[in-house]
Design a binder for this molecule. Structure first.
Ligand SMILES: Cc1cc2nc3c(=O)[nH]c(=O)nc-3n(C[C@H](O)[C@H](O)[C@H](O)COP(=O)(O)OP(=O)(O)OC[C@H]3O[C@@H](n4cnc5c(N)ncnc54)[C@H](O)[C@@H]3O)c2cc1C
Length: 519
């Protein structure tokens, strides 16, 4: 007999664990998150948050708060450039302005916000939604049977142990995921790209930033390669170093950690800044750059999410964002099953839908690392780049819960202008008469969207809501003719549509399939 019962236990209370807890709460399901650290992240780490993430934040009512916080530290228009050093020549522009080219495709925008600032916001919202988060608590054993999962927890202050029985467990326990190891799930991909470091510092770089867009600044010079992220004052930030020395084809070049001393770290920092300004080392973190994906995302009642499921180099800013997409895909499914409104088969679709897309994103992060940091190491195993926007809001999901239309071209990503309401893609953003977006109609339950003019019938099956949309471009952007309908999931993905006239029964059948009740 376990000491406690919870519907869902989450191992790890950082970016992805907290997002999962928050989304479960949003869907009305309480959870227990355990985190071995005393608080949320202490280092900035993730800073570049993509549209998939900001649309989720908008859904849970955090968009404005996060944007306001972001502006305290960063310019809304930061870009991504490469320089010899902050004081030296500019070498390349990878992204001119963070939100260039996204207007019209989303009701929200990408933001720069540091992970250590975002996490407390997520934590607070998770608790408001009914989640319990316990810090200084470690999961030390997991056992599962047909009825659930028993997790042994240790209080790291008192040493006391207790057991919790959960219907499901989400392992959001990071890149070295003890849960993934315990379950014997391997990683595939590009292992150990470099033994990188991050130097957290204070320095007076204001003058050097000039009018430069300072979102992310790559540094390429004969001594080191990596990137800076600096706050808008140019006074604090971090420098990631992936390689040292001019010849990055040498294996010693990708080992930045060996022989690292405080003096050496300061010398790297001075080289990357390019001139002698006052500077102070705050901390140095060692980490391994890799681009790997778990072979499976599930073992019985345990699901992997975030860095536990995939690890990528920071180039492109995909790590945390990909984990948040995992959480968004998984949370509503777990909630629907726990509430008894969906069949357990729905949970099979998490891995089926996410694994190919995680594989794609891992390769794309690798492409950005290989082309931006170490182009000399060759491009034989490097996939051609896919536009960021397609990896954020243009992914194409396939599973038995998505009623794909035939013929299926097999595409894993599309530009949102081409998605056109196709099942498996994120529902198109169309501005409504009151200024809101069609995506603002997506709440904790499924929605049925139909062009206005087809009568006032409420077609929503029990557990869903229904809207008649009179925006001019709605029918065209969702690929519907008069009488058509689209069924959109709580994670904003189109599960099914009928281009031509559909009846209430057809919508109800599609809903049954979308929640895993299909025969
Ligand atoms: C320098 C740098 C820059 C980055 N920039 C970006 C960016 O711009 N955009 C982006 O999206 N991503 C970025 N990332 C990646 C991002 O930081 C990670 O992808 C993200 O932190 C993953 O979150 P997570 O919750 O899955 O894992 P983690 O943040 O690693 O959290 C896992 C948590 O689980 C806890 N834990 C582990 N085992 C147990 C246990 N047994 N019991 C209890 N708790 C446990 C750990 O203490 C930890 O807090 C960057 C990373 C680095 C290093």
């Amino acid at each position: 007999m376990a000491d406690e019962e919870v519907p869902v236990l989450i191992v790890g209370g950082s970016l992805v664990g907290l997002t999962t807890a928050m989304l479960l709460g949003y869907h009305g399901v309480p959870s227990l998150s355990v985190e071995r650290h005393a608080g949320t992240a202490i280092h900035p780490r993730a800073g570049h948050f993509q549209l998939g993430t900001t649309e989720m934040l908008r859904q849970v009512g955090l968009e404005e708060r996060v944007r306001t916080k972001s502006l305290e530290t960063y310019s809304a228009k930061g870009g991504i450039i490469a320089v010899e050093s902050l004081a030296g020549r500019e070498l390349a522009t990878y992204v001119r302005e963070l939100n260039e080219g996204v207007e019209g495709f989303s009701p929200t925008v990408r933001v720069f916000i540091n992970q250590d600032v975002l996490e407390p916001i997520l934590r607070e919202r998770a608790i408001e939604f009914g989640a319990t988060v316990q810090n200084r608590t470690e999961a030390i054993a997991i056992e599962q049977d047909d009825d659930g999962v028993t997790v042994t927890l240790r209080d790291l202050d008192s040493g006391d142990e207790r057991t919790v029985h959960a219907q499901y467990v989400v392992a959001a326990d990071g890149n070295r995921s003890p849960t993934r190891t315990r379950l014997g799930i391997g990683l595939r991909g590009h292992k150990q790209l470099s033994r990188s470091i991050t130097i957290y510092f204070r320095a007076d770089c204001a003058e050097l930033l000039r009018d430069r867009n300072q979102g992310v600044i790559y540094v390429h010079n004969p001594e080191l390669r990596g990137f800076f992220r600096l706050d808008r004052t140019g006074g604090t930030g971090f420098l990631v170093i992936n390689t040292v020395g001019a010849d990055v084809t040498q294996d010693s070049a990708i080992d930045v950690q060996s022989g690292l001393t405080e003096e050496r770290a300061l010398s790297f920092l001075r080289t990357a800044i390019g001139t002698d300004v006052p500077m102070e080392l705050v901390d140095v973190a060692n980490w391994q750059a890799e681009a790997t994906c778990a072979e499976r995302l599930r073992d019985g009642r345990v699901f992997l999410a975030g860095d536990a499921a995939h690890v990528v180099p920071p180039n492109g800013g995909f790590g945390g964002n990909m984990g948040i997409l995992d959480a968004r895909n998984l949370a509503w499914k777990l909630a629907a099953v726990v509430r008894g409104e969906a069949g357990p088969a729905l949970l099979d679709t998490y891995e089926v839908e996410r694994l190919p897309l995680c594989g794609l994103t891992v390769e794309q992060a690798y492409t950005r690392y290989a082309t931006r940091v170490v182009p000399e190491r060759g491009s034989d195993d490097v996939q051609p780049p896919v536009a960021d926007i397609e990896l954020e809001i243009g992914l194409v999901l396939r599973s038995p819960a998505v009623m794909s239309e035939e013929p299926d071209d097999g595409a894993l990503h599309l530009h949102p202008s081409a998605a056109g309401g196709r099942p498996g893609t994120r529902a198109p953003h169309v501005v409504l008469g009151d200024g809101r977006s069609t995506l603002d109609l997506v709440g904790p339950r499924f929605v049925v969207l139909r062009p206005a003019g087809d009568g006032a019938d409420d077609w929503a099956p029990p557990g869903a809501t229904s809207h008649l949309i009179d925006a001019e471009t709605f029918a065209e952007q969702y690929g519907l003719s008069p009488g058509g309908a689209a069924l959109v999931r709580p994670d904003g993905v189109v599960a099914w549509r009928s281009r031509g006239p559909a009846g209430r029964d057809e919508v109800a059948r599609a809903f049954g399939t979308a929640v895993g009740h299909a025969e």
